[in-house]
Design a binder for this molecule. Structure first.
Ligand code: CUA
Length: 341
């Protein structure tokens, strides 16, 4: 690996003394650049301090010797100590820039995972519709993350991958990495995943795991999770989506006032609009409100509620959400009847 790493066992093969374990192809570049800069600093520190000490001792003040100053300047020395550091800066820049370009440019045919960040948790969505609160990735495959924030600025950080990317609301932030795995890891390894941009009271709790699977074990995991999703009663799936996909931020289920209407006041209620005729809440109304919230309300909720097209919320998921909202309404009706309202 890195020649400097071999010089000093302290560094190991990426990671080692200074860093957490290196678990991606990017990590190697980042660590070797760090080592290069560190070693340049160590070498010059030693040379400068040694020369300084020598001069301090050799030319110290002595009894009976008068201090005279003879040297004015030295062209060769001055050019040398200007040119060498300049060249070193170019080397550091070139290496850093190459690494930066590599980090910013995902290769073709990446495996894409959608990431949703919100106060204070992560949701990861895979191409087959599976969702999870920890990030699962296959080893040896370039993975591209398409990240969105549903509220404030968050930042995705997996120290072991040396990957960090801010997520600004209203934009899609992307980053990529290729996780690596050793024989000893077996079928899977877990790493810490943090939010590294202060995002409010529970910022410190906004963490998850990055789980690296061996290729086959990842495929099994995906199939297994997908099956779990399909087997799940729609109401249960709806509840998970309600909590994990951000609905809970604006819609309560018990009438508590939040940004959007409470879900228990949806079905069978009359909804009034400034730019459309009133509608009695039915399934079609709820579907439209989720898919195309702008259609009936151009101001107010319309500006806040994001649209959820098929690409973001599959039919299966929309059905599940509706089943859940319906169940919340039914609970409410039962309660109303019990209290004689
Ligand atoms: Cu999200 Cu800090």
């Amino acid at each position: 690996m890195n020649f400097l790493n071999q010089l000093n066992p302290m560094f190991g093969e990426g990671g080692g003394f200074w860093f957490p374990r290196a678990a991606s192809t990017t990590a190697y570049h980042v660590d070797s650049l760090f080592d290069l800069i560190l070693w340049i600093c160590i070498v010059f520190f030693v040379i400068i301090v040694a020369v300084m000490l020598y001069f301090m001792i050799a030319y110290r003040r002595r009894e009976g010797v008068e201090a005279v100053r003879t040297a004015t300047h030295n062209d060769v020395l001055e050019i040398t100590w200007s040119v060498i550091p300049t060249l070193l800066i170019f080397v550091i820049f070139a290496k850093g820039f190459a690494g930066y370009l590599d980090m910013r440019t995902p290769p073709e045919n990446t495996y894409i995972v959608n990431v949703y960040a919100k106060k204070w948790g992560w949701t990861f969505k895979y191409p087959n519709g599976v969702i999870s609160s920890n990030l699962h990735v296959p080893a040896g495959v370039p993975v591209e993350l398409k990240m969105q924030s549903e509220d404030v600025i968050h930042s995705f950080f997996v120290p072991a991958f040396r990957v960090k990317q801010d997520i600004v609301p209203g934009r899609i932030a992307t980053t990529w990495f290729e996780a690596t795995m050793t024989e000893e890891d077996g079928q899977m390894v877990e790493y810490d995943l943090f939010c590294t941009e202060y995002c409010g009271q529970q910022h410190a709790d906004m963490k998850a795991k990055a789980v690296v699977h061996e290729r086959k074990s990842f495929d099994c995991w995906l199939v297994y999770e997908r099956q779990k999703l399909l087997d799940m009663p729609p109401i249960d799936l709806g509840k998970i989506l309600y909590e994990q996909r951000g609905c809970v931020g604006c819609h309560s289920i018990d009438g508590t006032r939040k940004v959007g209407p409470s879900f228990n006041k949806t079905f069978g209620q009359e909804h009034k609009f400034s730019n459309a005729d009133p509608v009695v809440g039915d399934e079609e109304y709820v579907r439209e409100s989720i898919r195309y919230p702008q259609r009936k309300v151009r101001e107010g909720y319309g500006g806040v509620m994001p649209a959820y097209p098929e690409s973001q919320l599959e039919m299966l998921e929309l059905d599940a959400l509706i089943a859940y909202i319906k169940s919340v309404n039914e609970d409410e009706q039962i309660r109303d009847e019990a209290f004689g309202n």
